[in-house]
Design a binder for this molecule. Structure first.
Ligand SMILES: Nc1ncnc2c1ncn2[C@@H]1O[C@H](COP(=O)(O)OP(=O)(O)OP(=O)(O)O)[C@@H](O)[C@H]1O
Ligand SMILES: Nc1nc2c(ncn2[C@@H]2O[C@H](COP(=O)(O)O)[C@@H](O)[C@H]2O)c(=O)[nH]1
Length: 223
């Protein structure tokens, strides 16, 4: 997948430096806090667009169809896979999840930055297709006890579901090794600031700055 630029190199007048879009992925064991971090990042960054996944999992109290997820049945999910409408997809905790391709491509075409809350399987698939445009962050909980406490405090899943997610947490966490960055979510404000720092540094990567050559040439011409 190629990510277009949000600003073309300058015509007449002073050269401008633009930015390529990027794909910022947050993954973690369930309950470590990535959804909370993602929501705050969206509030802070108007250039960020959230990728809204499809899922076959039942809606939780308070969730809104089309905002938190597109809630679909298994048949529709299989159809989307068959029609190649998903950029990546995976089975997680017995349910099916996937990233619709079209909204991501549209947002990238406008040079926007896309935020993904997906698991390690989805991250691996995105990396296979667009490694250069991917920035991946793994969020760890401070402790196993705190992870369980957060899952209960969220009060949205049954004890059985929580036990299932805790049982998978160790395996999930083993994938931290494949990520570009790893943060430990002790305090939400610090974690959001850390992800913000990552985003700002990644924007400054040379390959993501468009029109640098023209800008430097103009600087040199003025010497
Ligand atoms: N740093 C933190 N300190 C205390 N509580 C937190 C912190 N970060 C998140 N939480 C709380 O922990 C619970 C789980 O957070 P959240 O839903 O963001 O996790 P998640 O990683 O997105 O889980 P899932 O993968 O199941 O969607 C929520 O109730 C949230 O408010
Ligand atoms: N590979 C994908 N994983 C996804 C996607 N959307 C969400 N997820 C991950 O699933 C689990 C469970 O989420 P929950 O909302 O049911 O608690 C979590 O790890 C999410 O990151 C997706 O489109 N693809």
């Amino acid at each position: 997948m190629t990510v277009p630029m949000d600003m073309q190199p300058a015509g007449p007048g002073p050269a401008k430096i633009g930015r390529r879009g990027l794909m910022l992925v947050l993954s973690s064991p369930s309950g470590a806090g990535k959804t909370t971090i993602a929501r705050r990042m969206l509030q802070r960054n108007s250039s960020l667009t959230m990728s809204v996944s499809v899922t076959t999992r039942p809606m939780r109290p308070g969730e809104v169809d089309g905002v938190d997820y597109h809630f679909i049945d298994r048949e529709r999910f299989e159809q989307m896979v068959a029609e190649r409408q998903l950029l990546e997809h995976a089975r997680v905790f017995g349910n099916y999840y996937g990233t619709p391709k079209e909204p991501v491509e549209q947002a990238l075409a406008k040079g926007r930055e896309i935020l993904f809350d997906i698991d390690w399987q989805g991250t691996q698939q995105l990396a296979e297709n667009a490694r250069d445009d991917l920035v991946s962050v793994f969020v760890l909980p401070p402790s196993a006890k705190e992870l369980e406490r957060r899952l209960y405090a969220r009060a949205q899943d049954s004890a059985e579901v929580i036990a299932g997610r805790m049982a998978k947490a160790s395996d999930e966490m083993s994938h931290y090794f494949d990520y570009d960055y790893v943060i430990v979510n002790h305090d939400i404000e610090s974690s959001v600031q850390q992800v913000q720092t990552i985003l700002e540094a990644e924007r400054l990567k040379r390959r993501r700055q468009v029109g640098l050559a023209d800008f430097v040439r103009q600087l040199q011409d003025g010497l």
